[in-house]
Structures are given as C-alpha cells and as structure tokens.
Design a binder for this molecule. Sequence first.
Ligand code: ZN
Length: 245
Amino acid sequence: MKDTIAALWGLQKLDLEILEFDKRLSEIPSKKKELCEKIREIEEEGRKKKEELASIEDEKNKLEKEIEEEANKIKTVESRLGYIRNPKEYQEVRKKVELAKKANKLREDEVLKKMEQIEAINKDLETLMPQIEKEVKLIKDNLKIYEEEELKLKEAKEKLLSGRNVYISKIPEDIYKKYEMIRNKSRGIGVSQAKNESCEGCFMNLPPQLYNLILKGDNLYNCPYCQRFLVYIPEAEPAEEEKGN
Ligand SMILES: [Zn+2]
C-alpha cells in the first residue's frame, strides 16, 4: 500500500505540473492571434496609403487624357476659324475656344495639385513602409518565440504524460479511477496531504483517529469533507522527491 500511496502522490504532483503546462499552452493561441491581428492592422495602414496613391494617380491620368483630347478639339476648331466669314459666328466660335482653353487650364491646375499630393504620399510611404516592415518583423519574431515556446511545452508535456503512465501502472485501477473522478470534480486535485491534523485540500480538521491511520500509511483514506485521497508526506521526503523531477 505504501507504494500505491507514493505513486498516487507522485501522480498528483505530475498532474498539477501537466495542468500548469496546459494552462500555459492554452494561453498561446490567443497571444498568437493578437500578434497576427496587429500585423494585419499595421499592414493595412500601408495598404490604405498605397490605395490612396493609386486613386489620385488614376484621377491625374484621367485629367491628362481629358486635357489632351480637349487640346486636340481646340486645335481643330482654331484651324477652322480662318474660314468663317460671318463675324457673329466667328465671335461665337472664338468665345467657345476661349472657354475651352480656360477649362483646360483649370484641369492643368488640378493636375499640378494631384502631382503635389502624389509627391507628398510617396514621401510618406518612404518613411512609412520601412517602419511597417520593421514593426512587422519585430512582431513576427515574437510570434516565432511563441511558436517555439508552444513546441517546447508540447514536447515537455509529452514527457510528463509518459511519466504519468509509469505512475498509473503502479496504482490499482479502481483507485486510479476514483482519483480521476475526484480530480475532475475538485479543480485538478484528487490527492491532498494530511498535515497538522487537517486536510490540505479543504483545510478542514480531520478526526484524530483518521489522522492517525493516515500517518501509519497502511491504507488509503479519503477526506470526509472534500473526498480527496489523503496522504501523509513526512517533511524530509518532498525534498528527496524533488530531485527526481
Ligand atoms: Zn479535504
């Protein structure tokens, strides 16, 4: 029975370690997601700026095309001016040409404005893009650290799980099943230490008779209050067992 008790206690300690690994592992996906989200946000900033640039360039190209088309029209009309004999008609056509020229001048001013905007955005991009690249790289490095940590934790957990099997093989099946049942109901703790006449799991005082039986270690007992298995571990022993971990 002493071996069973020792194995049960060993198993409990290991299970708490596994629980801690699980907790750390469970935190990683949300942290990774957070970082990926941040990368997306940062890259979005650059993407928007580039989109703005493309749209202004489009507008500028459109204007330039209009200017060219209008200029051609004006040229054609002007070339015919000399053939108009009717003074009134001549004046009207001239006026139209003047208006068309004015309109084209406005388009040219607009083109200049667009060019200034394009230049400003390009300048912004010149500083923004390397900044984005730098930030994204930094985040990706952090992401890699999490990925490596995740891998390490998984590997370490695997080792613990195989160690767990060794303990289980030393525990009678019915006791193991009961341990699992209690553990699932009691926040991962199926075995508590009996110490100073009380249960370390629920901190209730144990009946003296029960406490004495637990000290003897000839049999397994459960806490009458929290149902956990109770084990007595002499003070020196935990230090001895730590070495095995
Ligand atoms: Zn208890």
